[in-house]
Design a protein around this ligand. Structure first.
Ligand code: ASP
Length: 297
């Protein structure tokens, strides 16, 4: 029997103080939604999907409802989900009018022969799957209505989890960067960059400057270090330092390793996050941590 753990993040960036409460409440709710699945013996894959759905529904975050507009004034979203048991994955990019891109990514993984479908093709697949489309206005977040000069930088969402059976999973979902070029895709839906999970080492979800994060294949880089036996807290710190020294990037990482240790690091002002893990041996005694900042570098 393994110790189940779930960690969620709401993006790495500079968040207006007026948004902090909403960000923390959203992370808390998402972590608990995932934890409910894990506690009941559910799969890590279901837990990360449930957690990310909560964050996609929350207009405080740049994913699903709350996504930034691109240069053409359109919301285009990216998402990935990965199963650490099989290394199977599903991803979508540049999709529009989808309430839960993470669920579409999971359908790609489970119900198509492919791993990654983008743009109109992904939307046609959604239609075939009976996933309903929403009004574009439903996705636009509260933050995009404010002065763009003071708008927060990034607030992609992600979740990593390990379940009672010792299976790892990760899910990452984003509306991308504000004012991006139409069709621009960052690190988030790229396997190894925005997310990676492998039962042999753990799981990682990244956030931040996609153009920089993808150069380091940052989530896979972190998982490789976990595989070398380095504890998750140390890996998170080292890899975020590498992001800065090697490519001058800003971002954040959440990790869970095979010992159930949680790693959190960012070199941005904030990275709202929450995690739940068992306290001691009793399955009902849990520790819930919710915070705007992890360790700063
Ligand atoms: N990494 C995301 C992207 O570049 C943005 C974010 O993390 O907020 O699309």
């Amino acid at each position: 029997m393994n110790r189940p753990v779930i960690v969620v993040h709401g993006g790495a960036g500079a968040f207006r103080e007026s948004m902090w409460e909403a960000c923390l409440a959203g992370c808390r709710q998402a972590a608990l939604a995932g934890w409910e699945r894990l506690r009941a013996g559910g799969a890590a894959l279901d837990a990360v999907e449930a957690a990310v759905q909560v964050l996609e529904d929350d207009p405080a975050f740049d994913a699903g409802r709350g996504s930034f507009l691109n240069m053409a004034g359109v919301v285009q979203m990216d998402a990935i989900i990965m199963d650490g048991r099989t290394l199977d994955l599903g991803a979508v990019a540049a999709v529009e009018r989808i309430r839960h891109p993470i669920t579409l990514a999971r359908r790609v993984m489970e119900r198509s022969p492919h791993n990654f479908i983008v743009g109109p093709g992904a939307m046609a697949f959604a239609e075939q799957e009976g996933i309903s489309f929403c009004d574009p206005d439903e996705l636009q977040g509260v933050h995009v209505l404010e002065d763009s000069a003071t708008a927060p930088g990034m607030d992609t969402v992600g979740a990593v989890a390990v379940d009672l059976a010792g299976n790892f999973a990760v899910a990452t979902s984003t509306g991308g960067t504000p004012g991006k070029w139409p069709g621009r895709v960052g690190d988030s839906p790229l396997v190894g960059a925005g997310a990676y999970a492998d039962n042999r080492c753990g799981a990682a979800s990244a956030t931040g400057e996609g153009e920089k994060l993808m150069r380091l294949v940052i989530s896979k880089t972190a998982c490789d270090r976990l595989a070398a036996g380095i504890p998750a807290p140390q890996v998170a710190a080292e890899v975020i330092r590498l992001l800065h020294t090697r490519v001058g990037g800003h971002g954040g990482l959440i990790l869970v390793d095979r010992e159930g240790r949680v790693g959190l690091a960012h070199n941005t002002q904030s990275m709202p996050h929450a995690y739940v893990l068992p306290r001691g041996e009793g399955p009902l005694e849990t520790t819930l941590v919710v915070a705007m900042e992890a360790r700063l570098y």
